[in-house]
Design a protein around this ligand. Structure first.
Ligand SMILES: [Zn+2]
Length: 167
């Protein structure tokens, strides 16, 4: 059974942030909910950190990563914060890395918007959402495998977005 918690949370954030266009500006969305996003110099291959200091949430993203990678990493780390991965007891069965990445993918490549735009190629997703090839590839695969109708939240996001229908 597919768990919609992370994706629904991303859609709620898009609604709350009044987002109407792609690519998604992750920094302003962070600020809007009181999360401070900053660049940092990674000491290893880990180029993203989420941390709560004295009740204040921070997201750090590696300054040397590509803008596309930074966008996904910022969204992934934001996911850890809004999905309460940092302050709750985490149920053992919950895969928090997968959840944060599902949140990130939905936040910066909302499936309902890609559907409305009749996206059919990885390159289109890379151009529209300013994401890396691997991120766009996975999103396209999910899009092509999708059979579920739009959820209530997706309809709301779609309604809020300024979508110009493509030929
Ligand atoms: Zn993570």
């Amino acid at each position: 059974m597919f768990d919609h918690r992370s994706r629904d949370m991303a859609l709620k954030l898009l609604l709350y942030g009044g987002v109407r266009t792609l690519p998604i500006a992750v920094g302003p969305l962070c600020r809007k909910i009181g999360v401070t996003a900053k660049l940092f110099t990674p000491e290893d291959e880990n180029d993203g950190i989420s941390i709560i200091v004295d009740g204040e949430p921070f997201v750090f993203v590696g300054e040397t990563s590509s803008p596309e990678r930074q966008r996904f990493t910022a969204a992934h780390e934001l996911g850890h914060i809004v999905l309460d991965h940092l302050q709750q007891r985490i149920p053992r069965e919950l895969n928090i890395e997968r959840e944060a990445s599902e949140f990130a993918a939905e936040l910066i490549m909302p499936e309902c918007i890609l559907m409305a735009l009749n996206v059919t190629t990885t390159q289109q997703i890379m151009d529209l959402c300013r994401v890396s090839y691997p991120a766009a590839f996975l999103a396209l695969k999910a899009l092509q495998n999708r059979t579920d109708p739009l959820t209530h939240l997706e309809r709301a996001v779609l309604h809020q977005f300024h979508v110009e229908k493509r030929e």
